[in-house]
Design a protein around this ligand. Structure first.
Ligand SMILES: [Zn+2]
Ligand SMILES: [Zn+2]
Ligand SMILES: [Zn+2]
Length: 328
């Protein structure tokens, strides 16, 4: 089961899951990084173990036979697809069932691949899987927001995979971006991300690389060392309306960027999120400009960031971009 509980002071929603609860022993330092399944029999994502996962929602086959990318519902989802919202009070608090979708994209049959070591075609297939799943999930009117995310290495399984989430609420970080973009549009009749792209191309110093359709750069106010944004150069609010040739071009950008990270920082741990406009007629925002944000999981100052919501970044984005350009 998963519930959405609302924290009443800062008014933020939190997903509490109870399907596969983790107790103190799961977090003990000497057990970290958890008991990770090894390739072969133990790994639910390795070829041959397809029966262990829920029935796939999408797959791409190589030569019409073995799968090359596979999408399956998460066995222990943050959001589940069946049921009612059942919005209700619990004492003074608000709670509702976490209805949504949570799917896993198994990015390759090989257990120990990474974005930096995948073939270009394979990255294209992953992006294609993202797009096709979002097109399908959008048909469910209950879902207002999509998020695609990846943690590398995976936290509970090292087999290369990413997550697709379809949510019944618009999470705060996306809502803040939506209102930032709408506010700028109302004042200037221009898109702020389109303006940022122009600004960065002319300033040059934070650009890491540029492809035909995408600009990859260290944002001006980077929160994390080597924080990077991948932004389409022409305005587009929805990732899932991406055309075939743009998918190929995005794959080129992603592969080069993660190769740069890997060369510069010896295969660092990272996370990325893909932010796209809310969906459904009432919530869709044509002013929104979709993008990918990446962050390396290094040098976090957890206490300060947690306590203040402010970030301290000791690597200026201009230096970060120069280093990454240097290893290309
Ligand atoms: Zn595996
Ligand atoms: Zn734009
Ligand atoms: Zn964003």
């Amino acid at each position: 089961m998963a519930e959405l509980r609302r924290e009443p002071v800062a008014r933020r929603w939190v997903v509490i899951t109870t399907d596969n609860p983790k107790g103190p022993s799961d977090y003990l330092p000497f057990k970290l990084p958890y008991r990770l399944p090894e390739s072969g029999d133990q790994c639910p994502f390795c070829p041959g173990n397809e029966r262990v996962t829920p029935h796939e929602t999408f797959s791409l086959k190589k030569d019409g036979k073995a799968w090359s990318v596979r999408v399956v519902p998460n066995k222990f989802p943050f959001f589940r697809i069946e049921g009612e919202f059942n919005r209700r009070p619990e004492g003074m608090y608000d709670v509702m069932e976490a209805i949504g979708a949570h799917e896993i994209v198994v990015e390759a049959p090989e257990h120990d691949k990474a974005l930096a070591t995948l073939e270009l075609q394979q990255i294209e297939r992953i992006l294609l899987a993202y797009r096709e799943r979002l097109i399908d999930l959008e048909k469910d009117r209950r879902f207002l927001q999509f998020l695609i995310l990846k943690n590398y290495p995976g936290i509970f399984n090292r087999h290369p995979h990413s997550h697709i989430l379809a949510m019944p609420v618009i999470p705060r970080s996306i809502d803040e971006e939506v209102w930032g973009m709408v506010d700028y549009y109302q004042r200037k009749e221009r898109c702020i991300f389109c303006d940022i792209v122009k600004e960065e191309i002319s300033a040059k110093k934070r650009v890491i690389l540029e492809t035909v359709h995408f600009l990859i750069f260290a944002p001006f106010a980077s929160r994390y060392p080597f924080e990077t944004w991948i932004v389409p150069k022409t305005h587009a609010s929805d990732f899932h309306h991406l055309k075939e040739e743009e998918i190929g071009d995005l794959a080129v950008g992603i592969q080069s960027l993660f190769l740069c990270f890997s060369k510069l920082l010896a295969d660092p741990p990272y996370s990325f999120v893909l932010h796209t406009s809310p969906v459904q007629e009432r919530f869709h925002r044509p002013e929104y400009h979709w993008h990918i944000e990446t962050r390396l999981r290094i040098g976090l100052r957890e206490g300060f960031e947690w306590g203040t919501g402010l970030f301290v970044n000791p690597t200026p984005p201009e230096d970060a971009a120069a280093c990454l350009r240097g290893v290309k």
